[in-house]
Write a protein that binds this ligand. Structure first.
Ligand SMILES: Nc1ncnc2c1ncn2[C@@H]1O[C@H](COP(=O)(O)OP(=O)(O)OP(=O)(O)O)[C@@H](O)[C@H]1O
Ligand SMILES: [Mg+2]
Length: 231
């Protein structure tokens, strides 16, 4: 479903974001992306949605090669839930945020409204539809941000630190909301119990490269490896 082959990216100024990263995700698979601060997790997610350009390698989704000169293609197939929901919610109401993407795709108002309602329902937050994003709790903002990505009907969903700043109850409702989603998911997180609960497989990044990948249980149980990777 998602095939990543030998990708590398560099920030302006020559700082290496990550190098020679390869992995495959099957349809519907959840993969945890873990690693110390600065290991390259956020950079990898930004590259997979075409925000950070690749310096080498290639990516395909459902057999379609992504053209680096045409990132629009990839943005329709891959959705990123940013670490900070405020980067995703910028309209006066949640409803306006939800129909923003579908309207940009050229959908009719009726279809955009249907997608908005469907995303809210899926996450159990229909009550937030007419609220201002500025006046939601952290957990509500997170779910609303996820809903904006769902309205785009991506095949792959990427999450950057989705449990950051959530209290235990909001964290549990996030797990309950994410579990039934059928999408292929890549979840960057420092919250190892959360990763273990949602993801059967994990990738461990170290200094911009994949240090290990495999079953989450086996990797997280390898205390020498975890220690080496700052986890
Ligand atoms: N905008 C940027 N400009 C230049 N270098 C950057 C930028 N953002 C990140 N980097 C560098 O890229 C490398 C990878 O950073 P990245 O943010 O991807 O790590 P991360 O694994 O997400 O870390 P964290 O756990 O702290 O979120 C680091 O060396 C970092 O200093
Ligand atoms: Mg990060």
């Amino acid at each position: 479903m998602l095939s990543v082959r030998g990708i590398s990216a560099v920030y302006p100024g020559g700082i290496r974001a990550f190098a020679d990263v390869s992995f495959e995700a099957k349809a519907g698979e959840n993969i945890a992306l873990v690693g110390a601060n600065g290991a390259g997790k956020t950079s990898l997610l930004l590259a997979l949605v075409g925000i950070l350009p690749l310096s080498s390698g290639s990516v395909s989704v459902a057999g379609v090669e992504l053209d680096p000169d045409n990132p629009g293609d990839l943005r329709r197939k891959v959705g990123l839930v940013f670490q900070n929901p405020e980067d995703q919610l910028f309209m006066p109401s949640i409803y306006e945020d939800l129909v923003f993407g579908p309207r940009n795709l050229g959908l009719s108002e009726e279809d955009a409204a249907r997608r908005a309602a469907g995303a809210l329902e899926l996450l159990g937050i229909s009550r937030l539809k007419d609220r201002s994003p500025l006046r939601l709790s952290g957990g509500e903002k997170r779910l609303a941000a996820i809903a904006t990505v769902l309205t785009m009907r991506p095949e792959v969903m990427l999450f950057d630190e989705p449990t950051a700043f959530l209290d235990p109850r909001a964290r549990r409702s996030l797990i309950a909301a994410l579990k039934p989603l059928p999408h292929t998911k890549i979840i960057a997180t420092h919250d190892l119990p959360f990763a273990a609960q949602l993801c059967a497989r994990a990738l461990i990044l170290k200094d911009g490269g994949i240090r290990a990948q495999g079953s989450t249980e086996a990797l997280f149980g390898d205390s020498a490896l975890m220690e080496e990777c700052g986890l």
